[in-house]
Structure formats: structure tokens, C-alpha cells
Unconditional design. Sequence first.
Length: 244
Amino acid sequence: MKAEDIGMRLGMLVKAMRLKNYEFEKKFGISTNSMARYKNNTRYPDPEFMAKLVENGVNVNWLLRGEGSMFIQAPWELGPDIKTTKQMQFINGKPTLAHDFDSTYLRTSIFPIVAEISAGQPLEVRDGYEVADSVEIPTRYIPFGTDAYIAFRVNGESMEPQILHDDIVLIKKQYDWDDTDGRICAVRYEGGITLKRIQYDPAHKGVLLQPLNKDFRVLIIDSDQTDSLTMIGPLALQLRVPQI
């Protein structure tokens, strides 16, 4: 990850601690101006500030480089002002749900949810999209390392019943089309991104973008349109926050 992502991760840390900005500033003894500069990536975090983060169980290697977990302590060791990750249902390419985050502490990585991805017509990614949420994932689910994946929030119903609106999908970055026939992939088409099952059409040298929901139509990309179609990557992991 880039150094300019420090401000983004600092915002994620404030949210995880369930603190307002002024509460966070008071807790860690920094001024409002310093906080603003940290979050805008115009000032590198001071050593005194980082030392206080460490004292409160924050992994500064994660803050500075995006590596490892947000916290260096196990969840049961965190103070009452720390909000641990909600229990997730992990769906690993199957229609059945598997529960995770039991009482055993797991090494995890934090992924910002970078944009919404359409389960319908391709959805344009807005410039300056503000990362408002993140997801914490056990590293055993990401064998290729954090830099190999990107997280999106699903918008739409075309991939039901397997993938629901508001599910989170982790995409394995891949810029070629090798071994993607029949797989659910994130693709970019005419400036928008969408999540579909890929099927090749050898007869017409085109690609079919297939929804799982029969109420939605198949998007047919002819050979003369494929220049507008690029691969983002196949679905690696699907997550769902259980409804209470």
C-alpha cells in the first residue's frame, strides 16, 4: 500500500474505536490541526503519537504500511473503547454459509471497501470515492497476501440467490482472462464495473456476462466490443453481515 493511504487507515482506526474525532484527539493527545493533517496525508504521524497508539494495542505497522492486523492484541485483551469486527458469514464460492471469528484469536488483515460493484448494469466508479467502511479477514483466506485482493460492496440483485445486495466480495486481482470461463468475476465494461459469471462464446469470439438471477438478462459482448471489456479479477471470497 502507498504511504498516502495512512490517512485513510487512520480514519478506519477512529471508526473501529467507536470514537468521535475530538475524542480520539483527546485520548491520544494530538491537536485538531495535527489530526487533520494526518488524515489528509500532509503530515507524517509523530513518534509520540505512534508510541501512544502502541500503548493502546494498535499495530503501527498496519497504520504506516497496511500490513498485518489493525490491533496487535487479541480481541479479548482490547479495552472497552475498542469495537471488534462484527461476526461475518463467510461464503467461499458455495451457497452454504460458514461462520468464522470464534473464540480463537486469528491473525487478520484489514481491507477498505473501495467502491460499490454492480449486480446489474455496470456501475460507474466515482472519482474521489470516500472509503467509509472496511472488512477484517483472517489471513488464512488470503493466501496470496493483502496486495493481491480488492474489496467491493455489492449493489443490486442480479447475482441472487448466491450473492445478495450489500454482500462484500473480495476479488483476486487478475488482468488476464486465463481460467475465468464459468467463474464469477468482477469486470469493467464501458467505464462501469459489474459482477457476473463469465462464459466465452467461441462461435462469435465474444463474452457472455451472465447473471445468476433469471429475472436479469445476459449481457452479450461481441468481438467488436471486447476492447471496452477488461478483467478486474475472479471472486475469491464472499462475506455477509448477518441480519439481527
